[in-house]
Design a protein around this ligand. Structure first.
Ligand code: SF4
Length: 283
């Protein structure tokens, strides 16, 4: 896999999961606990029983119905294929058992780096961030170099330190995108991490709000205005987004949307697609 530069138009595609080129790593490396999102417990490093010999999921088309909606809301940001094809050069964990554990340890590190690259590339694509494009490109380049290290060196990366550097730029991006709307509307700032679990916010005007890390689990956001909001890390599990407007919001991922409820009247950013389960009727 060749390196994609920061200015390459394919950057976001390269940072999306391509299960065809992955050895089912997320289905083996990561643990999950029995819950509404997973039908049973599984330890990290243990292959999920639903993972087939060809590294495809045997229940891919029925994940939600079979109790695995957590799998539909997970995004590796292209880390799986990068670890499989670049870091380990096409050597898989089944035929090369001696590298299996290391490979599974590398996956979450790569996943975090690719997630950061996703956000940085999104920031770079925005007109409002022109004043910091140079800083963004340097940080993208530095992050990409980290993803190309040997397994031994990758395991030594100080992820929290690098994330703090990236986060500074993402915070600057957030301010630059929302500054005009905040000035115009004189809206009250909503603090990061605010708890909106189960909140009744039908028709709410959250335009331009800072909703970083907000918990919207099972909240009612029908017909709410979320345009130009910062939604990085916001938890939309079972959030009702029918009729909500998320146009122009930043740092919203497909995995977040997959976890929510919505319909054809929900307005999404153009980079995201309507999940298949939104076409089913909600009770
Ligand atoms: S249910 Fe399918 S997608 Fe989920 S972990 Fe198992 S094999 Fe992977």
């Amino acid at each position: 896999m060749s390196r994609i530069s920061a200015t390459d138009g394919n950057a976001l595609k390269y940072l999306s999961a391509n299960c065809e080129d992955c050895f089912g790593l997320c289905c083996v490396a990561l643990p999950f606990a029995k819950s509404a999102d997973f039908a049973f417990d599984k330890d990290g490093g243990t292959p999920c029983p639903n993972l087939q010999s060809d590294y495809r999921c045997g229940i891919h088309n029925n994940l939600r119905q079979k109790g695995f909606r957590g799998c539909t809301a997970f995004e590796c940001f292209g880390a799986g294929q990068k670890v499989s094809q670049v870091t380990y050069k096409g050597n898989d964990w089944r035929d090369n058992t001696s590298i299996a554990k290391e490979m599974f340890d590398i996956l979450p590190i790569m996943q975090q780096l690719h997630e950061m690259l996703w956000y940085l590339n999104e920031a770079l694509s925005l007109e409002a961030t022109k004043s910091i494009h140079g800083d963004l490109m340097r940080c993208i380049d530095e992050s990409e170099q980290l993803t190309e290290l040997s397994p031994e060196l990758m395991l030594k990366i100080n992820i929290p330190e690098h994330r703090a550097k990236v986060n500074q730029l993402l915070l600057q991006t957030s301010e630059l995108v929302r500054v005009n709307i905040l000035a115009k509307k004189n809206q009250k700032k909503i603090s990061r991490g605010r708890d909106f679990i189960g909140a009744k916010l039908k028709g709410a005007n959250l335009r331009g709000a800072n909703l970083r890390g907000a918990l919207f689990i099972a909240a009612d956001l029908r017909d709410a205005d979320l345009t130009l909001t910062d939604l990085i890390g916001a938890d939309f599990r079972d959030t009702d987004l029918r009729g909500a407007n998320l146009t122009g919001c930043i740092f919203l991922t497909q995995a977040q949307i997959n976890a929510a409820l919505g319909d054809s009247n929900t307005k999404l950013p153009t980079s995201l697609i309507i999940p298949a389960h939104w076409r089913e009727k909600h009770k």
